[in-house]
Design a protein around this ligand. Structure first.
Ligand code: C2E
Ligand code: C2E
Ligand code: C2E
Length: 89
C-alpha cells in the first residue's frame, strides 16, 4: 500500500502549518520557508508549490508521494480536495 494518488495541485495552508509541532512538520516548514524566500512571497496565507517538490518532500519523509498527500490532508495542511479523484476537487 502506497497511499492514495499524490496531490496534483499543492496549495499549503501556511497558518495551519505554523500551528503544528515542529517535530512533525519541521522539514516541510523549512522547505516552505525556503520557497517563500526564493520567491520573495511572504504575505500569503497559502503557498502553491510544484508537484516536483511533493516528490522531494516524500523522499525526506520516507513516504510515497501518495502517502505524504494523505498525511498532509490529515494534518490539515492540504485541503481534502487536493486528493485527485475527490469529486470536490
Ligand atoms: P526559476 O525556476 O528559474 O524560475 C524563474 C521564474 O519563473 C520564477 O521566479 C517565476 O516567476 C517563474 N516560474 C517558474 N515556474 C513557474 C510556475 O510553475 N508558475 C509560475 N506562476 N511561475 C513560474 P520566482 O517566483 O521569483 O522564483 C525564483 C526562483 O526560486 C525559481 O527560479 C526557483 O529556483 C525558486 N523557486 C520558486 N518557487 C519554487 C518552488 O515552488 N519550488 C522550487 N523547487 N523552487 C522554487
Ligand atoms: P487560485 O490559484 O485559486 O489562487 C487563489 C488565491 O490563493 C490567490 O489569489 C492568492 O491570494 C492565493 N495563493 C495561491 N497560491 C499562492 C502562493 O503561492 N502565494 C501567495 N502569496 N498566495 C497564493 P490571487 O493572487 O488573486 O489569484 C487569483 C487567481 O489568479 C488564482 O486562483 C489563479 O487562478 C490566478 N493566478 C494567480 N497567480 C497565478 C500564477 O502564478 N499562475 C497561474 N496559472 N494562475 C495564477
Ligand atoms: P501554475 O503557475 O498555475 O503552473 C501550473 C503548471 O504549469 C506548473 O505546475 C508547471 O507544470 C507548469 N509551469 C508553469 N510555469 C512554468 C515555467 O515557467 N516553467 C516550467 N517548466 N513549467 C511551468 P507545478 O510545477 O506543479 O507548479 C504548481 C504551482 O506552484 C504553479 O501553478 C505556481 O502557482 C506555483 N509555482 C511553481 N513554481 C513556481 C515559481 O518558481 N514561482 C512562483 N511564483 N510560483 C511557482
Amino acid at each position: 500500500p502506497s497511499g492514495s494518488e499524490p496531490a496534483t495541485k499543492i496549495v499549503i495552508n501556511l497558518e495551519r502549518l505554523q500551528q503544528l509541532p515542529a517535530d512533525k512538520v519541521g522539514p516541510l516548514a523549512r522547505y516552505a520557508a525556503a520557497i517563500q524566500s526564493q520567491r520573495g512571497d511572504y504575505n500569503g496565507k497559502v503557498l502553491s508549490i510544484r508537484a516536483e517538490d511533493l516528490r522531494s518532500l516524500a523522499i525526506i519523509y520516507d513516504m510515497s508521494p501518495g502517502e505524504l498527500t494523505d498525511q498532509l490532508i490529515e494534518w490539515g495542511v492540504l485541503p481534502p480536495e487536493a486528493r485527485p479523484g475527490n469529486p470536490v476537487g
